[in-house]
Write a protein of this length. Sequence first.
Length: 286
Amino acid sequence: VESNATVREIRLMFHKLYPQWYPARQSIRLDPKGKSLRDEEILQHLPVGTTATLYFKDLGPQIGWTMVFLIEYTGPLFIYFLFYFRMPFVYGLDERFTSSPHPVVNLACICHSFHYIKRLIETIFVHRFSHGTMPLRNIVKNCLYYWGFAAWLAYYINHPLYTPPSYGKKQINFAVIMFLLCEAGNFSIHVALSDLRRDGSRTRKIPYPTKNPFTWLFFFVSCPNYTYEVGTWISFTIMTQCVPVGLFTLLCFIQMTIWAKDKHYTYLREFKDYPSLRMPIIPFLL
């Protein structure tokens, strides 16, 4: 191997010798317990001498992130409709329960569907992934999470005994406005992050606010897309006033806080000039 070879080129050489291990399935490391080397890293720039020993680990069958998101987000979209249309096998009720008397139930279905349709559109047209694949075994766990919670939420929101929010239209209208603002913000952040890799590069860059006011949250947090995502589910909780939705929102917040902290500390490690005012997910707090 030439000293100026990249890790990607080494992966391709390895794949040529062992066709069963395609590049996305390979983890190439300097230490058996160390981190995987990035594709763009060059051999002569690594902390090795004139000779280097590289360690290979099989990551198992992989699936592309685009396909992962399409599977994860298509499920909740259709599962919700099973409960919304009150299929007889769901509630076991007669025909008089085929529609809800509460307008908020229809509104919740529209908002839930809009959220996942937006995610599907972003997956196809907006997102640019720094890591091309994910272990295939993880798709089952992810689908159980997204599909299972969609069924749980939909069951209670569309149940014949569902009661509307305590403060009526005022509470619902406030939640809808908050929902739409957070969805617009989330989409704006995803577009801004995608523009950082418009040239196809996978190199990490510091995201900065643009002329779009929704991106100004970058002044205060490293991952405003997660901030807006949590805001979306908080508004959906207020709109439906449903305990399962609140529990789902709490789990979303915990998981996204973990992801945001991980990204935030990665930025701090990689960029010495990273804005000091930023917090991972909640301005000035967390």
